[in-house]
Write a protein that binds this ligand. Structure first.
Ligand code: DAT
Ligand code: MG
Length: 151
């Protein structure tokens, strides 16, 4: 369970608003381990692949235009419960429905400008990590703090 991994992306609005360090800090301070990171400007075609399961939705075109509108920070975070708890840290899809203390609750207002993406389950995590990263971009390493985070 400790090797669980999730795909997290800071969307173009989060990058433009200077929230990269703030968002990374929250995952880091929780105790999760960063195992991959890169800055990437996705193409429209790539954005459509990422949001493939939403292609029938009316907001799909605007959503994929938005995701491909500028640099995105693509990351993989590792740790026990990181998929589900990462979603909890992110907050509800609509920022106005997100609790204060969550990333979207603290930093966003509009559903179409909700600054961060996180995989919603083990299958999507696997697929999204494979879409955004080559296997050799994922690092496996020990941290001295591992023994202070896990029993
Ligand atoms: P989440 O990002 O919380 O996993 P999702 O997978 O349902 O949410 O949708 C992906 C993104 O699409 C979401 O972050 C913002 C956008 N979106 C979702 N529902 C929307 C809606 N009703 N109107 C406009 N954009 C929406
Ligand atoms: Mg989703």
């Amino acid at each position: 369970a400790e090797l669980e991994r999730t795909f997290i992306a800071i969307k173009p609005d989060g990058v433009q608003r200077g929230l990269i360090a703030e968002i990374i800090a929250r995952f880091e301070r929780k105790g999760y381990k960063l195992v991959a990171i890169k800055l990437v400007h996705p193409t429209k075609d790539f954005a459509e692949k990422h949001y493939d399961d939403l292609k029938a939705r009316p907001f799909f075109n605007g959503l994929t235009d938005f995701l491909s509108s500028g640099p995105v920070v693509a990351m993989v975070w590792e740790g026990q419960g990181v998929i589900k708890y990462g979603r909890k840290m992110i907050g509800a899809t609509a920022p106005l429905a997100s609790e204060p203390g969550t990333i979207r609750g603290d930093f966003a207002i509009a559903v179409g400008r909700n600054i961060i993406h996180g995989s919603d389950g083990p299958e999507t995590a696997k697929d999204e990590i494979a879409l955004w990263f080559k296997p050799e971009e994922l690092l496996t390493y020990k941290k001295e703090t591992d023994k202070w985070l896990y029993e």
